[in-house]
Design a protein around this ligand. Structure first.
Ligand SMILES: *[C@@H]1O[C@H](CO)[C@@H](O)[C@H](O)[C@H]1NC(C)=O
Ligand SMILES: *[C@@H]1O[C@H](CO)[C@@H](O)[C@H](O)[C@H]1NC(C)=O
Ligand SMILES: *[C@@H]1O[C@H](CO)[C@@H](O)[C@H](O)[C@H]1NC(C)=O
Ligand SMILES: *[C@@H]1O[C@H](CO)[C@@H](O)[C@H](O)[C@H]1NC(C)=O
Ligand SMILES: *[C@@H]1O[C@H](CO)[C@@H](O)[C@H](O)[C@H]1NC(C)=O
Ligand SMILES: *[C@@H]1O[C@H](CO)[C@@H](O)[C@H](O)[C@H]1NC(C)=O
Ligand SMILES: *[C@@H]1O[C@H](CO)[C@@H](O)[C@H](O)[C@H]1NC(C)=O
Ligand SMILES: *[C@@H]1O[C@H](CO)[C@@H](O)[C@H](O)[C@H]1NC(C)=O
Ligand SMILES: *[C@@H]1O[C@H](CO)[C@@H](O)[C@H](O)[C@H]1NC(C)=O
Ligand SMILES: *[C@@H]1O[C@H](CO)[C@@H](O)[C@H](O)[C@H]1NC(C)=O
Ligand SMILES: *[C@@H]1O[C@H](CO)[C@@H](O)[C@H](O)[C@H]1NC(C)=O
Ligand SMILES: *[C@@H]1O[C@H](CO)[C@@H](O)[C@H](O)[C@H]1NC(C)=O
Length: 696
């Protein structure tokens, strides 16, 4: 007798046992006595085979090529309770196929091509679970499931259902869950769910529902999750009537065309906690709209067309998302929402932020002011964030700011998280963080910072900095002694060199990301004196030559290969090789004289007329080839990979300045770096007014 053990036996062993099974097990299938069950997988058969043990209770025919289910296919198994037919090619189910299967409870035939379910198909069965996802079913007429009193779960996702019969799911008192995601249903008839007293989850996103007949949910007093997202509803008026004072916990109507919320749309959904009404066309919210909804915690109204938003009756709300609306002013009557902790106002054309704007929100924790007119156009009062002592997180991304919003943040003294990503900040002033004494996380991603030194200085006033994100800035060089933090994101930048002492003050780094830069080598001792838990060095043009020798040696001798290994991009013969797999003696350069860089700037332009092009020379001697960085009098830094509209570092190391301005006057520094050393030379440039053209 075979037991369940057989499932882990090899096919060869099964063959040895085959004679014992052949009495009553179809060819190619596995039969097990104790359940008793039959499993037929991956067989090239187009019809259901015969010869099953008559006491079979579980039959699985999966990943075969069955095309038709015929009357009588299962009649030899009167005890059949569970039937899996998923991943076949079934397009036709003959009427009567399941007749006489009085014990059939669970039927699954997902991933087939069935187009039609005929009324009466399951008349003899005691179905509890039915799953026909991913077929081509076109309609659910009354009489397929109607009055099937044992049914608890019904899954019909990813079909082509465009019609629900008037009584499609009526008379299903045990039904707990229906999923009909991604079909073509245009309306829910008034009686379709009649008697669904136990229905807990109704999931119908991704249909074409434009109408829910009044009273459709009136028997669904147990409903806990209702998902109608991505349909064509223009109104919810009357729809939710039956759910007043009910169990409804989560309502999702995202992605419809709802125009307004009146004071009779949502009233008295007393249990509702999560309400998703984002991505609609809501313009108006009538006063009294949220009466009795004291349990509402998370309210999503993003991507609508609201011009104003009173917070009346939202006393329980913790999170309110109003992103991408048309708010001209911040929400009104803020003191009506004493528990609000997260307020998302990004992408609104609010022209003003008043002094102490958020002082009414006694629990406010996080305010998102990304891409907001008042910040973008500097019309916000600089005291807007005053008197909100609980505020810990402020986000002002995408506001076209050219400098750190020092004034606006001067009241956010308790903020631990500040994000000003996606602006045009190039530099910092020494007191930019003076008032931000508690700041621990700072996100400066996607600004225009080319040189980190002014930021390093400005951060000296902070005490608790933990995480710094500089992702996506065009920064070219990491100098020595960066400000110490635990988590440092320096990916997607233009770094072409790192000073050997860049991380000297770090001590302990939990995570450092240097991926997607232009780095060619790592100074040998860069990570030697700090502890790093997570490091990402991917996607740099690493050259595994003499410059990488010291790093490879450290990695090997300190047993750190697992964490710090890199994949070589060059020299060509080593492209794709792990550094740790290369013998140290192979890490060589093609140099006659190994030499630290020496710079000669002879031949640089010393004075130009404004508007003209200037060219500064930086001829670098030394081998291996050094990385070249130029800094400007205004503190910007460029390398060959920078893409500034006016400043270009040429392949020969020179700097070209197009359309010179009077402000370009001053000292330009060329820095050249290879593993043997760094050298720097300065070149002065004068720019004369093109009008007077007089030598100074
Ligand atoms: C089912 O029938 C097979 C023979 O066809 C027998 O070996 C097995 O013991 C039976 N199992 C049960 C649970 O009756
Ligand atoms: C099902 O039929 C197709 C086409 O004839 C064939 O490629 C495939 O291998 C068959 N499946 C199995 C499990 O034999
Ligand atoms: C599935 O059945 C159809 C006919 O209904 C046939 O044309 C098609 O080749 C079959 N596909 C596979 C993979 O067997
Ligand atoms: C379902 O049951 C109700 C009440 O017993 C009956 O009126 C109705 O005709 C039945 N519908 C179907 C399709 O069997
Ligand atoms: C509902 O709104 C209407 C129109 O704005 C108003 O007249 C009515 O008083 C409101 N009802 C309640 C209960 O707030
Ligand atoms: C900012 O919001 C405006 C609408 O107010 C929108 O058109 C624009 O695309 C948004 N910009 C960004 C960067 O998100
Ligand atoms: C910071 O929070 C404390 C209470 O925890 C409060 O007394 C103080 O005023 C707050 N500071 C600011 C700048 O809001
Ligand atoms: C950003 O500000 C500059 C002026 O500083 C302006 O010329 C530009 O149009 C603004 N860009 C956007 C997207 O608002
Ligand atoms: C390195 O190898 C990758 C694929 O393995 C290739 O796409 C790339 O062009 C190679 N780079 C060089 C410099 O040969
Ligand atoms: C190292 O160099 C030797 C010859 O100098 C060569 O045979 C060997 O393949 C190289 N090893 C690697 C991993 O490149
Ligand atoms: C710098 O280069 C110039 C020619 O371009 C040369 O005359 C001069 O001797 C060089 N200076 C040094 C210190 O090598
Ligand atoms: C340029 O070099 C000079 C002299 O070495 C130095 O004083 C100055 O700070 C440097 N400027 C920049 C922007 O690095």
């Amino acid at each position: 007798m075979l037991t369940r053990m057989a499932t882990i036996l090899s096919p060869l062993l099964l063959l040895t046992f085959a004679p014992m099974l052949s009495l009553a097990c179809p060819r190619g299938c596995q039969c097990y006595g104790d359940v008793p069950s039959v499993h037929c997988y991956y067989l090239d058969i187009t019809t259901v085979p015969s010869g099953f043990p008559p006491n079979t209770t579980l039959l699985a025919i999966r990943h075969c090529n069955i095309t038709t289910l015929r009357r009588g296919d299962f009649s030899g198994m009167p005890l059949l309770a569970t039937l899996y037919l998923d991943w076949n090619n079934i397009s036709t189910i003959e009427p009567g196929t399941f007749d006489g299967l009085f014990h059939l409870q669970s039927l699954t035939f997902g991933a087939n091509r069935v187009t039609k379910l005929t009324p009466g198909l399951f008349k003899d069965n005691k179905l509890t679970d039915f799953d026909a996802s991913d077929n081509r079913i076109e309609s659910i007429p009354s009489g397929v499931f109607t009055n099937h009193s044992s049914l608890t779960g019904l899954i019909l996702n990813d079909n082509r259902i465009s019609m629900l019969g008037a009584d499609a799911f009526a008379g299903l008192p045990q039904l707990v869950e229906i999923q009909i995601n991604n079909n073509l249903i245009p309306r829910i008839p008034a009686h379709a769910l009649k008697g669904a007293y136990k229905l807990w989850t109704l999931s119908m996103p991704g249909n074409a529902i434009s109408e829910i007949e009044e009273g459709a949910f009136s028997d669904c007093a147990s409903l806990y999750n209702l998902d109608l997202s991505n349909n064509l509803l223009t109104t919810l008026e009357g729809t939710l009537k039956g759910l007043t004072f009910s169990n409804l916990n989560s309502l999702t109507v995202s992605g419809n065309r709802i125009l307004e919320i009146t004071n009779s749309t949502l009233t008295s959904l007393t249990s509702l906690r999560d309400c998703f009404l984002d991505h609609n066309r809501i313009r108006k919210i009538e006063s009294g709209a949220f009466r009795g909804m004291g349990n509402l915690n998370n309210f999503y109204l993003g991507n609508n067309e609201l011009e104003e938003m009173p917070l009346n009756e939202l006393e329980g709300v913790l999170k309110l998302d109003l992103t991408n609306n048309r708010l001209r002013t911040p929400p009104l009557n803020m003191s009506a929402a004493p528990n609000l902790a997260i307020l998302m106002l990004s992408g609104n054309p609010m022209k003003t932020l008043a002094p102490s704007q958020f002082s009414g929100l006694k629990s406010i924790f996080d305010v998102d002011l990304n891409n907001v007119t008042a910040v973008r156009e500097h019309t916000a009062d600089f005291r807007a964030l005053c008197d909100a002592p609980t505020l810990e997180s402020v986000s002002m991304n995408d506001n076209n700011l050219t400098s750190f919003p020092y004034n606006l943040l001067s009241c956010a003294g308790n903020a631990t998280y500040i994000s000003v990503a996606g602006n045009r900040i190039t530099q910092f002033k020494n007191d930019d963080f003076f008032f931000l004494r508690e700041i621990a996380q700072l996100n400066l991603a996607d600004n225009r910072i080319t040189d980190i030194s002014t930021l390093t200085k400005a951060l000296q006033t902070t005490l608790f900095m933990f995480s710094l994100t500089l992702t996506g800035n065009p920064m070219v060089f990491l100098p020595e002694k960066l400000y110490p933090v635990a988590s440092l994101d320096l990916d997607n930048m233009k770094l072409c060199a790192v000073d050997k002492d860049a991380f000297e003050w770090m001590g302990k780094l939990e995570s450092i990301n240097l991926a997607k830069n232009r780095l060619r080598f790592i100074p040998g001792k860069l990570f030697a004196n700090i502890s790093v838990e997570k490091v990402n060095l991917d996607d740099n043009p690493w050259q595994c030559d003499c410059q990488m020798y010291e790093y490879a040696l450290w990695m090997k001798t300190s047993n750190n290969s697992e964490k710090f290994d890199i994949v070589c991009k060059g020299p060509e013969r080593l492209n794709g090789t792990y550094l740790s797999d290369i013998p140290l003696k192979n890490l060589t350069c093609d140099c006659v004289h190994y030499q630290a860089p020496a710079i000669n700037t002879t031949g640089s332009d010393t004075h130009v007329k404004a508007g003209q092009r200037a060219r500064l020379v930086c001829n670098v001697a030394g081998c291996p080839k050094a990385a070249v960085i130029w800094t400007t009098p205004l503190g910007e830094a460029f390398s060959e990979d920078s893409d500034d509209p006016r400043f270009t570092v040429l392949p020969d190391g020179g700097l070209e300045i197009r359309e010179t301005k009077m402000t370009d006057v001053g000292m330009y520094n060329c820095t050249a770096i290879n593993y043997l050393g760094t050298s720097q030379e300065s070149v002065g440039l004068k720019v004369m007014s093109s009008k007077t053209a007089v030598e100074q």
